[in-house]
Design a protein around this ligand. Structure first.
Ligand code: SF4
Length: 79
């Protein structure tokens, strides 16, 4: 069973759309790291669909999660 990104949440678009279209009332993928709704293609990464992996394939996740332990930060080497 695929994992799901911990930053992923499903929210209603709510008042952000004024179209009144029924499709706009469905919950949409929202990224709590980027604090914005995500594109449909990105949501496949968020849900680890089609062999994608949020840890490997999402730069927003990596930035929010920080560098893995044991990895020196950029410029940390000195000279
Ligand atoms: S965009 Fe990236 S960080 Fe945000 S929920 Fe999706 S996989 Fe997670």
């Amino acid at each position: 069973m695929p994992d799901v990104c911990p930053y992923l949440e499903y929210r209603q678009l709510g008042d952000e759309t004024q179209s009144g279209d029924a499709t706009d009332s469905r919950p949409r993928a929202y990224c709590n790291a980027a604090e914005e709704f995500v594109q449909a293609m990105r949501a496949d990464v968020c849900n680890d669909r089609y062999g994608l992996d949020h840890e490997a394939d999402c730069e927003i996740f990596r930035e929010a999660a920080g560098p893995p332990e044991g990895v020196e930060g950029e410029g940390a080497g000195g000279d």
